[in-house]
Write a protein that binds this ligand. Structure first.
Ligand code: HEC
Length: 125
């Protein structure tokens, strides 16, 4: 019978170890890519910062009839929300009338836009 010591020292056992290590590494890569696929917000996404950069220009002033964002502005949003949050989010993604698609945030994902809309509504309470 082969002893374990002889097995570990043999070139055959070493190559098995390399293969096992490689499989393990591959499994780890597959594992770590999973949260990336599941993560729906962009890396480092911050709703307030993105709002200030992309949406504030129109939505703070109500330019071109944009629903205003800010304390006490919920009445600007309630009639829009009657069609459901999903429809409001869809309009921010696709654009509606003079509201440009994605609110000009071209690297925003759909979920970033949903988070922005939720932020804008919460900030108008
Ligand atoms: C160039 C000006 C402008 C910018 C920039 C802009 N919006 Fe708008 N937005 C508008 C206007 C105007 C409307 C009203 C459109 C209408 O209902 O006729 C609007 C409407 C909306 C609505 C309501 C949609 C609905 O269903 O009633 C949402 C939500 C919205 N914007 C989100 C955003 C977000 C999020 C951003 C930034 C990523 C953004 N907007 C940037 C002008 C802008």
């Amino acid at each position: 019978m082969l002893s374990v010591k002889k097995m570990v020292g043999s070139p055959f056992a070493k190559s098995i170890l390399v293969i096992v290590a490689a499989l393990f590494a591959t499994a780890n890569i597959a594992d770590s890519s999973e949260p990336l696929q599941l993560a729906q917000l962009s890396d480092g996404f911050n709703a307030e910062q993105t709002y200030m950069a992309s949406c504030f220009a129109c939505h703070s002033t109500g330019a071109a009839g944009a629903p205003k964002v800010g304390a006490g502005m919920l009445a600007e949003w309630t009639p829009r929300l009657e069609k459901g949050l999903d429809a409001v989010v869809a309009n921010s993604i696709n654009g509606v009338n003079t509201m440009p698609a994605k609110g000009l945030c071209f690297d925003c994902t759909d979920d970033d836009l949903r988070a922005l809309v939720e932020y804008m509504i919460a900030a108008s309470d």
